[in-house]
Design a protein around this ligand. Sequence first.
Ligand SMILES: C[C@@]1(CC(=O)O)C2=NC(=C\c3[nH]c(c(CCC(=O)O)c3CC(=O)O)Cc3[nH]c(c(CC(=O)O)c3CCC(=O)O)/C=C3\N/C(=C\2)[C@@H](CCC(=O)O)[C@]3(C)CC(=O)O)/[C@H]1CCC(=O)O
Ligand SMILES: NC(=O)c1ccc[n+]([C@@H]2O[C@H](COP(=O)([O-])OP(=O)(O)OC[C@H]3O[C@@H](n4cnc5c(N)ncnc54)[C@H](O)[C@@H]3O)[C@@H](O)[C@H]2O)c1
Length: 205
Amino acid sequence: MKSQSPQSSNTLFPVFLKLEKLNVLLVGGGNVALEKLGALLGNCPEARIKLIATEISGEVRAVLSTSLIPFEERPFGQDDLQNIDLAIIAVNDPDASSAIYQQCRERKVLTNVADKPHLCDFYLSSVVQKGNLKIAISTNGKSPTVAKRVKEVLNETFPEEIEAILNNMQKIRNSLRGDFSEKVKQLNEITEILAKKGELPGEPD
Ligand SMILES: C[C@@]1(CC(=O)O)C2=NC(=C\c3[nH]c(c(CCC(=O)O)c3CC(=O)O)Cc3[nH]c(c(CC(=O)O)c3CCC(=O)O)/C=C3\N/C(=C\2)[C@@H](CCC(=O)O)[C@]3(C)CC(=O)O)/[C@H]1CCC(=O)O
Ligand SMILES: NC(=O)c1ccc[n+]([C@@H]2O[C@H](COP(=O)([O-])OP(=O)(O)OC[C@H]3O[C@@H](n4cnc5c(N)ncnc54)[C@H](O)[C@@H]3O)[C@@H](O)[C@H]2O)c1
């Protein structure tokens, strides 16, 4: 297995979470919570989310009304962390943010306090999606605006045909016989063209 060379100071470790298997607590019911709710449901409509906020805006209510997400309009309390795997905090009160983060740490709940890097165990990313291909982008917190721009560039330039390629590759992958190293060799040969510059379908010459 090849190891990657250490990339200077960016120590973030990327993962892709299965939100239909995890319990997510979203605290806050304003603009930022609305964005986070959209990101969670946009990636995983079956995400297991619970929302708690002192006041829930009309826009957040509208999204909640189209889902089965349980919600309560009251301040966060420690019991809200029961059975929670992941918390996303989007409240407009810095003291409450810090206090909630501390309680999450005590319970070992992985937490993101929106726009507060020092109160984050993980960052949210910009997401490019073409069918089953998903690319998550982070700038190590340097510039979320650049992450958004990189997403836009990749969305424009990455061909839609990638979905057909993935489906074909899955069929080929399932039909291959032989030992593991033989399969890896064949799959590498078939896909060699994808790594050649200017040879992706739809890619400009
Ligand atoms: C990617 C994205 C995902 C998402 O949030 O879902 C995301 N921020 C997005 C947008 C965005 N956020 C902000 C702006 C205004 C312009 C600007 O500041 O650039 C814009 C641009 C816009 O909205 O156009 C404000 C902002 N954000 C943070 C701070 C605090 C600080 O930097 O200290 C401040 C200043 C607050 C203030 O001034 O009060 C911090 C974080 N924002 C992160 C993620 C994490 C690092 C990601 C990375 O590693 O790159 C991190 C560290 C923690 C976190 O929140 O997870 C999403 C793009 C989604 C998309 O469209 O693709
Ligand atoms: N909206 C933006 O574009 C933006 C940009 C940068 C930073 N921020 C920051 O993100 C945070 C949230 O912003 P917003 O625009 O969503 O604010 P908002 O005022 O629209 O919503 C805040 C929400 O937090 C809830 N809340 C406050 N204390 C709570 C508690 N103890 N328990 C449960 N719920 C609680 C409120 O009831 C409300 O629903 C703020 O810290 C803000 O400074 C927002």
